[in-house]
Design a protein around this ligand. Structure first.
Ligand SMILES: [Zn+2]
Length: 105
């Protein structure tokens, strides 16, 4: 895993890894949501790219990133699906706080 750019690499070509998850409420049950995990890196030097402007976690109604910021988890559904499709999938949000600004327990 390359964490920094190779000196001189202009990042001209990219490699993306995409995984589509079929989410069910129980093993073998009907699909109740889909989510795409997407990672991008430079094909030449291997440096990973960070997604910008997204919160950390995974929620059923918006794209979010993992803690490293390099994997986006984006909910998706077939075109024409009911707008509520997948919206009841479980999720979580990670928030960072400055030591003296911790929220009440
Ligand atoms: Zn590169």
């Amino acid at each position: 895993m390359q964490l920094t750019s190779e000196p001189g690499c202009e990042h001209l070509d990219f490699a993306a890894q995409v995984g589509i998850n079929r989410l069910t409420k129980e093993e073998g049950g009907p699909v109740t949501a889909y989510s795409a995990d997407i990672e991008v890196r430079c094909a030449a030097c291997g440096v990973r790219f960070e997604w910008m402007g997204l919160e950390c976690g995974m929620l059923p109604d918006r794209p979010m990133v993992d803690v490293s910021g390099t994997m986006m988890a984006a909910p998706l559904r077939p075109v024409g699906s009911d707008p509520s499709f997948g919206m009841d999938a479980p999720g979580y949000r990670v928030r960072a706080y400055v030591k003296d600004e911790l929220p009440p327990a």
